[in-house]
Write a protein that binds this ligand. Structure first.
Ligand code: FHN
Length: 430
């Protein structure tokens, strides 16, 4: 089943992001790295109140633990992520099979991770970090060097700038925000801007309107017509939780993904490996590499991208449980990447209960999670199978017509516990 269009489609891009050349790299990529790294990383997910009690959160700690601005500033002042290594980060992304990176340039706490000239609330001017270093510039240079696309997250909601919560002074905040975005585009030439913070809230108030999103989007498109922009630049209708409505180029379901392709729309599902986005030392409930890899395959089979998050610690290092899982995903992809990278929806067949099916050119990739000696493939549009093999193995696979489709019968055992991939070469009837 294909879900109906949930919104009016793209309103400010002049092309169709679902098919345009501008978005081709994004559609092929399927897998990217999200990085939540900011002043909050210094707190490691814990705040000791003056009464001796402890409050826990991660990138939301300033807000959830009601840390007064001056106190939060004092804590962030000692932030010194001296061990941040762009090479280590990009090496990890590459080893994972991720084709792009999106890093928080500014999260809701307003703290800029680049040397902004707009204010002093930045890693350059408010930290114990080497003033001559610029982590965004380092990451951009390394990403370029290794052929990884570079994107920037930017929160339109801001807890630090008093004008950001004042309806009366909001225009001044918007001007500063634009100035920062110009700095980011001119300084780091991102391929993608990932906005966040579009929802209605009174804590603190968020005066951002749909019109603000529209104006900003057309400003950014005029500045860089190749930019990819996510849907959260705009505003969800009141009460709408689902993030399928596309204003920018792509929808952004969070911590979940759709159960079927979304017709005519690009989407990217973002997800954490433990429970939080930013680093928290107590946050240890990590998803398994098997779950994460199968999520990636399921998402690819529904024509989405998977933006999987890491939260570097206060020293700037990606926590080992996160990089270990990414590397495990990469080792599966090294053998089975054809099933994911550059793949699209296999609309000729129904989504099977035993795994997921993707398509690339004249190949169907059957990623099998539950291995049995007969895997039924329900056919929706007729096609012939001209050959079949298990990726990375010489074992024989028989394909026989049965009922409403084919029975695929591999001879032998699964070759991989995460997913064994059967490649069918097919010829359509049209
Ligand atoms: O509040 C944020 C959260 O901290 C994180 O940045 C995620 C990533 O999609 N977005 C927000 C919630 O929608």
């Amino acid at each position: 089943a294909v879900l109906p269009l949930a919104g009016p489609g793209t309103i400010y891009a002049t092309d169709d992001p679902f098919t345009s050349e501008r978005t081709q790299w994004f559609r092929d990529a399927r897998f990217g790295m999200f990085i939540h790294f900011g002043g909050y990383s210094q707190l490691e997910g814990e705040y000791q109140r003056s009464d001796g009690s402890t409050c826990q959160d991660a990138e939301w700690i300033m807000n959830k633990c009601r840390i007064p601005t001056a106190e939060y500033e004092r804590l962030v002042k000692s932030f010194n992520p001296a061990q941040f290594s762009a090479k280590a980060v990009v090496d990890t992304a590459r080893a994972a099979g991720q084709k792009y990176i999106v890093i928080t340039s500014k999260h809701h706490d307003g703290y800029a991770m680049w040397p902004t000239k707009v204010n002093k609330w930045s890693l350059r001017d408010h930290s114990a970090f080497d003033r001559n270093r610029d982590v965004l510039a380092e990451l951009k240079a390394e990403a370029d060097r290794q052929g990884i696309k570079f994107g920037l997250y930017y929160s339109t909601w801001d807890w630090h700038d008093p004008d950001a919560r004042s309806a009366q002074n909001f225009a001044r905040y918007k001007a500063r925000m634009r100035a920062q975005l110009v700095e980011l585009i001119d300084g780091y030439d991102p391929a993608l801007l990932w906005f966040d913070g579009d929802w209605d809230t009174d804590n603190p108030p968020n005066p951002w309107t749909k019109q603000d999103g529209a104006e900003l989007e057309s400003f950014l498109r005029a500045k860089d017509p190749d930019l990819l922009i996510n849907n959260r630049i705009s505003k969800r209708a009141p009460g709408v939780k689902e993030r399928r409505v596309v204003d920018g180029d792509f929808g952004t379901p969070e911590q979940t993904f759709p159960s079927a392709p979304i017709d005519g729309q690009l989407w990217e599902s973002c997800m954490t490996i433990p429970s939080k986005w930013g680093y928290a030392k107590w946050d240890k409930n990590f998803k398994s590499a098997t779950t994460l890899t199968r999520n990636l395959v399921d998402i690819a089979s529904r024509s989405g991208n998977y933006l999987l998050n890491v939260g570097p610690d206060k020293f700037g290092r990606i926590p080992a449980p996160e990089s270990d899982r990414l590397r495990a995903m990469g080792s599966w992809l090294a053998r089975h990447g054809d099933a994911v990278h550059g793949s699209s929806v296999a609309s000729w067949v129904a989504d099977p209960a035993w795994g997921a099916v993707t398509r690339k050119d004249d190949k169907l990739y059957l990623s099998v999670y539950d291995w049995s000696n007969s895997l039924h493939l329900k056919v929706l549009e007729p096609f012939d199978v001209t050959s079949a093999r298990v990726l990375g193995s010489s074992q024989h696979v028989a394909v026989v017509k049965a009922g409403d489709g084919y029975d695929v019968k591999p001879v032998g055992a699964k070759t991989n516990d995460v997913a064994t991939v059967i490649e069918l070469t097919v010829r359509g009837e049209q």
